[in-house]
Design a protein around this ligand. Structure first.
Ligand SMILES: [Zn+2]
Length: 232
């Protein structure tokens, strides 16, 4: 892994440790699509290096544009203009082929505890100009679990979405401000309006929404979950 030349538009990456480790697991974006979303993942591996090697192994046919290590080091595997293979099956806002529509970022975390401060700082450093460059609205920064309910659970309950939201790098999370009656039909409608259009069992949909908005919440659909409808 060595530092290659950095394109002029990515000058800001000089502010953090940036490594290049090109992955063969990519191709052109289909139908002339450009990135409209960012999909966040956790690696669920022992080390970032192990994740990078897997994401560069043609046998596994997976990749991401970036991997951010616990130390804050950022490794770019695929150019932002190309289609990396990180999102797989699923959809968001009624859109499929999310690989062609998004930039994928793998975060060095096993899903069992908080994300490292240095990692979060590098993620913010990476996202801020990325959203600007591709004109991606904050609400289009989503988790893998958002677009693949029941199949994917990353970046998981420990990811600090509120922190990103406070910096305008993600949509706000729900706040239970009023008492509402739990109602599955209404909940599903509210979730779909936000983007949760992938087909999913009720409980899988609830799990996905909670991972994003009410991490660590347990139990049946409740009044707080219904506050999803209060989001702008
Ligand atoms: Zn993932």
């Amino acid at each position: 892994m060595g530092s290659g030349p950095v394109p002029a538009r990515l000058w800001w990456l000089r502010l953090v440790a940036l490594h290049q480790h090109p992955s063969p697991n990519c191709g052109p974006r289909r139908n002339a699509l450009t990135p409209r979303f960012v999909v966040l993942h956790y690696t669920a591996m022992d080390t970032a290096q192990a994740a990078i090697e897997r994401l560069c192994d043609p046998v596994h046919e997976v990749s991401a544009h970036y991997v951010i290590c616990k130390t804050g080091a950022i490794t770019q595997l695929v150019g932002e203009g190309a289609r990396a293979w990180h999102a797989g099956a699923g959809e968001w806002q009624g859109l499929d082929d999310m690989n062609s529509r998004s930039i994928g970022i793998e975060l060095d975390n096993d899903g069992q505890g908080p994300f490292a401060e240095a990692l979060m700082h590098s993620l913010e450093t990476l996202l801020t100009p990325m959203l600007r460059a591709w004109d991606i609205p904050p609400a289009n920064v989503i988790g893998h679990s958002d677009m693949a309910p029941g199949r994917k659970f990353d970046p998981g309950p420990w990811f600090d979405w509120d922190r990103l939201a406070r910096q305008g790098l993600a949509a706000a999370t729900i706040r239970a401000t009023q008492t509402r009656t739990p109602d599955w039909d209404q909940f599903r409608k509210q979730a779909q309006a936000l983007g949760y259009t992938a087909s999913a069992e009720d409980t899988d949909l609830l799990t996905s929404v909670r991972l994003r908005h009410r991490p660590h919440a347990q139990g049946p659909l409740c009044a707080a979950d219904m506050s999803l409808g209060d989001l702008p």
